[in-house]
Unconditional design. Structure first.
Length: 365
C-alpha cells in the first residue's frame, strides 16, 4: 500500500496571551496580526493582547491548520515526527523544538528580571521547583517592530554617580523624571521604579535587537517586538511586579559589568548568499532569528531549506506559497505563521506591490 502524502510545511494558528500589561485592542501589534491573518477573529477593543506564542510550549501549543494532518497541535506533531527538527537539533535537544518564538505588545512595564545560566537554573529548580519550574536556561532576544523601550544591563558608573548627584536638585529634565513618574503610576510604591538610574535605558528602532544573556538584568517597558527564547520559564525577579522576588539569588547571580546603552544593541549581519536576509545569531545554541526583507522588485522568492525546523512569520506583504512538502498552495498575508520542517523550502509568489517583511526563527548548530 502506498503511504499517504503528509505535509511537512503547514500553517499554524497561534496562542494569544492576554496578560494585563499588553497593549489593548487594535493598539496591539499582536491583535493586528491576528485580525489580519484570520478575518473571523473578533478583537475586543478593551482587552489586552500581550503575546502571540509561535511554538510548541505546553501552555500555548500552536494549532495546525491543515486537516490532512492527524495531530492537532505542533507539539503533538513534533513528538510523532521528531525528524522534522533536523538530525542535529533532534539529537541536541532530545526531540523537542528548542525555542519559543513570540510577538509582544507591551503597554505597561514588565518586571525587572534576569534569567539564570544553565548551571544555576538546574540548582534553583532542584531547590525551589515552585518558583523555578524549569531546569533550563532562558536566553532571550527582542527585535523591535515599533519604537521599543527597555532596560538592559548596568549603566556606566559615571552615569549612576551623576544621577545620584542630581537627585536632590529641582531640575529633573536630565534625569528621566517622566519615565520615573510613568513607572510609578504603573507600580505605585514599587522600589523597582528607581532601577532606571542603575540600568541602561535602551531605545530600539524597528529592526534593532537586544540580546538578554544569562544574568543580565532587564525589563521591557513599552513597544512591540518579536522575541525568541530558549524553552524555559525560569525568571528571577527584582521589582515592578507583585510576584515573588528572590533578592538573594538575584544579587548573587547578576552581571554587574557596567557598559553604555549603545553596546546593548545586538547587531544583525546581512547574508552573503541572500541580501534579503539579515541574521541575528546570539551566542547560544538554542535559536537564531532571520529578518527577511524582500524588495518590491522581486516577484518570486525562495525561503531556503535549512537543517533545522523553523517558524516563519509574515509582518508585511502577501504571497502565495508553494512547496513540495505542502499539498496545496498556501496564502500568506500579514499575520500568517508557517511551520517549516528541516530540509524543506517554500517558493513565495509575491502578490503585494511593496515587497514583504518576514521573520524566521530557527536553530543554527
Ligand atoms: Zn526576560
Amino acid at each position: 500500500m502506498m503511504s499517504a502524502f503528509l505535509p511537512a510545511v503547514f500553517p499554524l494558528s497561534c496562542a494569544v496571551q492576554n496578560y494585563s500589561w499588553g497593549k489593548v485592542g487594535l493598539e496591539s501589534e499582536v491583535a493586528k496580526l491576528l485580525a489580519s491573518s484570520d478575518p473571523l477573529v473578533q478583537i475586543q477593543p478593551d482587552r489586552p493582547y500581550a503575546e502571540l506564542w509561535m511554538g510548541a510550549h505546553p501552555r500555548g501549543d500552536a494549532v495546525i491548520q491543515d486537516n490532512r494532518i492527524p495531530q492537532k497541535t505542533l507539539g503533538q506533531w513534533i513528538t510523532d515526527n521528531p525528524a522534522c527538527l533536523g538530525a542535529k537539533v533532534k539529537d541536541t535537544f532530545q526531540g523537542c523544538l528548542p525555542f519559543l518564538f513570540k510577538v509582544l505588545s507591551v503597554n505597561t512595564a514588565l518586571s525587572i528580571q534576569a534569567h539564570p545560566n544553565k548551571e544555576l537554573a538546574a540548582k534553583l529548580h532542584a531547590q525551589f521547583p515552585e518558583h523555578y519550574p524549569d531546569a533550563n536556561h532562558k536566553p532571550e532576544m527582542a527585535i523591535a517592530l515599533t519604537p521599543f523601550e527597555g532596560l538592559c544591563g548596568f549603566r556606566p558608573v559615571e552615569e549612576i554617580i551623576s544621577f545620584l548627584q542630581a537627585a536632590d536638585g529641582k531640575d529633573t529634565s536630565g534625569s528621566n523624571g517622566d519615565l520615573l513618574l510613568r513607572l510609578h503610576s504603573q507600580y505605585p510604591g514599587d522600589i523597582g521604579c528607581f532601577t532606571i538610574y542603575f540600568l541602561n535605558l535602551v531605545r530600539l528602532e524597528p529592526g534593532e535587537a537586544m540580546f538578554l544573556g544569562a544574568n543580565e538584568p532587564h525589563a521591557y517597558l513599552h513597544g512591540d517586538c518579536v522575541e525568541c527564547m530558549a524553552c524555559s520559564d525560569n525568571t528571577v525577579r527584582a521589582g515592578l511586579t507583585p510576584k515573588f522576588i528572590d533578592v538573594l539569588t538575584l544579587c548573587e547571580m547578576l552581571n554587574y559589568t557596567p557598559a553604555p546603552s549603545s553596546s546593548k544593541i545586538f547587531p544583525a549581519t546581512q547574508s552573503q548568499l541572500d541580501p534579503s536576509v539579515y541574521l541575528y545569531d546570539p551566542p547560544v545554541p538554542d535559536f537564531a532569528i532571520m529578518r527577511i526583507e524582500i524588495p518590491s522588485s522581486i516577484k518570486l522568492y525562495l525561503v531556503s531549506a535549512m537543517d533545522s525546523a523553523s517558524i516563519l512569520l509574515v509582518i508585511q506583504g502577501t504571497a502565495v506559497g508553494t512547496s513540495t512538502a505542502a499539498a496545496s498552495e498556501m496564502t500568506l498575508r500579514r499575520g500568517s505563521v508557517l511551520f517549516i520542517s528541516a530540509n524543506e523550502s517554500i517558493s513565495l509568489h509575491l502578490s503585494s506591490l511593496d515587497g514583504m517583511l518576514l521573520f524566521r526563527a530557527c536553530c543554527l548548530l
